[in-house]
Design a protein around this ligand. Structure first.
Ligand code: GLC
Length: 730
């Protein structure tokens, strides 16, 4: 349909039909059996007319055939034959599950996000999904919050690049054309707008208190990157900003999202986020909640029905503008038209020719993603012993712990991924360690390791050269509504580690987790391989890395604290007026703790390799740079080992003097470089005037640079860089 036809269509719609379009109802309301429908429909307080008039479906109804049946019924029952739209959480895969986003971010490989987007789109659209509630681009600095697993971490530059790449994968290269004609593309929804990743005390859904400058400088750019990449939807967040819930925050939606960020697509609530305005205490009842949310600019209500049940009277009595309703409906119908749904409501699904994908098809893509997402946190050698990894052929190996035989490797938001398709680590290890491998047989639960399991692990450890302990948290302790106050592994796992460590210090820990953890009690472990939730091919990737078929290259995009007391903690903090330095560490009146170091256990950008890389010879092309003349910053990176590997080289900048206090360092570039044994590579980055612009407080959050000095450096992590050089912006 042409745009004018869509506008004409809106003008022909009745008030009820328009209100239907701004409602999204759960898929279970549409089950085929009317009797089954009664429960969910009645639970919501609506009727069959409301059901079939609703503009979109939340979630997937279980098969492509069901999508076809529902779509056909909606179009037939709709007087103007307006199709519905199926929206679902395809966050890190559909059937072929990739590592969780916080893991994939550790690859520092935007191309992998594009691959994940393309694979996800191909599998999900084949089964009838039109929109994914992804990418989640909330910047995070607090591992107590369980949803850090969905994010790509604490850095603006990385979050922005990963979001843009993922959307490109979902939607194809040409943002509008592809969605309308390539039915294997998926429309993206940037979430959660805004600042959801900074809840007070790390507790999900809690208050967010951010300064405007921080919101604009650190939190909004990720969403902006998603919008610039062409995402046609933005989802509101559960939290308040300045005391006002995002769902009913006119400033956030109208001034920031629409005017400043230029978003023209559809805004959608989060699950029942509009009805929850009553709990927030800014609405006395459903009608006031609906009125406040709609007038603030929240186009679609997901999963609650305040719009469906209270707006008709409010439009009829002039409490709300029907013009605003027409504008919202136009945006929703435009989205449907851009997906090709008016011309092809089934979007290529053919009755009888569709089939639910039985098996994940994209093995190699999810395997490669898992390989690049693994982070080697420790691999210490000593005078008496070489590093335990990669495992030495012929040496005996033991395996125990709650993730030795677990298929719980997919993580939260694993859509239609099935644990039955996940081979556990023990099976994969048997593939690569063909003899001298002893694997625990006693069941071992992550939250309660039994004394029998510990005894068995100790017996195995006594009789092997190297003991692998597969430790971690279950996936239900990761994701939405899983905030924690203690970042350590459960006590019974710590007891397992200590018992094994007593009889065999040669321990390799494989760590499965969706969040950074306090690992200080594992400091005696010579080797720790961080696996995150590595997805469908995760165990295969872990096993191949343990035996050296893969040389780990992942680096952290979120800081691992020493303990929860340091949280929130992030690499790009401001210096304070009394920064702790090497020179004043013993002084009292500096910014420090009396019971813990300031430094994290494992900093942003950190990750080891089986190779060893050295950095030298930092140079700048000029002592000055300007708007017209960027400066090139370069260094030599040498692979000092006998093993080829990939190094993620990082470029950091510090603004020495600004109108505002500036972060001690900020990532301004990175490159993944393959370096052969003994080879030296010159790695260069360009610093432009635009790179050093930042958000000022006045005039209202304007972004501009200031002349002055900057320290620039290159290194292996945010805490391991060459002595910086000074350049001046003129
Ligand atoms: C959830 C999440 C959101 C998700 C939505 C639909 O509550 O907050 O990320 O997309 O509901 O499942």
């Amino acid at each position: 349909m042409e745009a004018l036809e869509i506008q004409q269509l809106v003008s022909e719609m009745t008030l009820d039909e328009k209100i239907g379009q701004i409602a999204q109802l759960p898929a279970d309301c549409y089950t085929n059996n009317a009797g089954d429908r009664t429960g969910p429909v009645q639970r919501l307080g609506i009727d069959e007319t409301d059901l079939w008039r609703a503009g979109s479906v939340l979630g997937w109804p279980g098969s492509a055939e069901e999508c076809i049946r529902i779509q056909k019924t909606v179009v037939e029952k709709s007087r103007l034959h307006i199709p519905t739209i199926f929206m679902s959480d395809v966050v890190h895969g559909w059937k072929s599950i990739f590592p969780i986003p916080l893991a994939l971010g550790s690859s520092w490989d935007p191309h992998l996000f594009e691959v994940m987007g393309k694979v996800s789109a191909q599998e999900a659209t084949q089964e009838g999904v039109h929109v994914t509630f992804s990418p989640m681009v909330d910047l995070v600095r607090d591992p107590r919050w369980g949803r850090v697993m969905e994010s790509t971490g604490e850095d603006v530059l990385l979050n922005s690049q990963f979001a843009a790449s993922l959307i490109k994968g979902y939607q194809g290269d040409d943002k509008s054309e592809s969605l309308a004609h390539n039915f294997h593309t998926l429309a993206a929804c940037v979430k959660h707008f805004a600042g959801y990743g900074a809840p007070e005390a790390g507790r999900d859904y809690a208050t967010v208190s951010l300064s405007g400058q921080e919101l604009y400088e650190k939190y909004l750019p990720g969403y902006q990157a998603g919008i610039a990449a062409g995402a046609p939807l933005v989802m509101m967040s559960f939290n308040t900003i300045d005391g006002l819930p995002a769902h009913a925050n006119p400033y956030l939606i109208q001034e920031v999202l629409r005017k400043k960020m230029g978003f023209t697509g559809v805004t959608i609530s989060d699950f029942a986020g509009i009805a929850e305005l009553i709990e927030h205490g800014i609405a006395a009842d459903a009608a006031q909640a609906a009125r406040k949310a709609f007038s603030a600019g929240c186009d679609v209500e997901m999963a609650s029905v305040t719009y469906l049940t209270t707006l008709r009277e409010q439009f009829e009595t002039g409490k709300l503008s029907v013009q605003a309703l027409d504008e919202a409906v136009l945006r929703i119908l435009t989205l449907k038209n851009n997906l090709g749904l008016f011309d092809n409501p089934l979007r290529g699904l053919q009755p009888g020719q569709t089939h639910s994908i039985q098996q994940p098809a994209f093995r190699e893509e999810t395997y490669q993603a898992a390989l690049e997402s693994l982070v080697l946190l420790r691999n210490e050698s000593s005078t008496s012993r070489q590093a335990l990894l990669p495992l030495t052929p012929g040496k005996s190996v033991g395996l125990a712990g709650p993730f030795a035989h677990s298929s719980d490797l997919l993580g939260g938001w694993s859509a239609e991924g099935k644990q039955q398709c996940v081979e556990p680590l023990d099976a994969q290890l048997k593939r690569v360690v063909t003899d001298n491998l002893k694997v625990s047989q006693v069941a071992c639960e992550p939250l309660a390791v039994s004394s029998q399991a510990i005894e068995e692990a100790v017996e195995i450890a006594k009789n092997v050269d190297t003991m692998i302990l597969a430790l971690g948290l279950p996936s239900q302790w990761s994701g939405e509504a899983t905030s924690v106050t203690d970042l350590r592994l459960p006590a019974s796992q710590r007891k397992l580690y200590q018992a094994v460590q007593q009889v065999n210090p040669n321990i390799v820990v494989v760590l499965v987790t969706g969040r950074p953890l306090d690992l200080t009690y594992l400091d005696s472990a010579p080797s720790i391989l961080l696996a995150w939730f590595p997805g469908t091919q995760g165990a295969r990737a872990i096993a191949d890395t343990l035996v050296g078929k893969n040389n780990p290259s992942g680096k952290l995009t979120m800081t691992f604290p020493r303990n929860v007391g340091q949280v929130p903690i992030h690499y790009d903090a401001l210096p304070s007026g009394r920064p702790e330095t090497e020179e004043n560490k013993q002084e009292r009146y500096v910014s420090h703790y009396v019971d813990c170091a300031n430094e994290p256990a494992y900093p942003f950008g950190f990750g080891k390799s089986y190779s060893s890389f050295s950095y030298s010879d930092l140079q700048v092309s000029s002592a000055e740079f300007s708007q017209d003349q960027p400066v090139t910053v370069s260094a030599t990176v040498t692979n000092e080992s006998s093993r080829g590997g990939t190094e993620i080289v990082q470029f950091y900048v510090h603004d020495c003097v600004g109108e505002l206090s500036r972060p001690v360092r900020e990532l301004k570039g990175f490159k993944r470089i393959e370096i052969n044994p003994g080879e030296s590579v010159r790695v260069s980055f360009t610093l432009t005037e635009e790179d050093v612009r930042y958000t000022h407080s006045m005039p209202a959050f304007a972004r501009y640079s200031e002349p002055g000095d900057f320290l620039v450096t290159i290194g292996a992590s945010s805490a391991d860089t060459l002595p910086p050089l000074r350049v001046t912006l003129v």
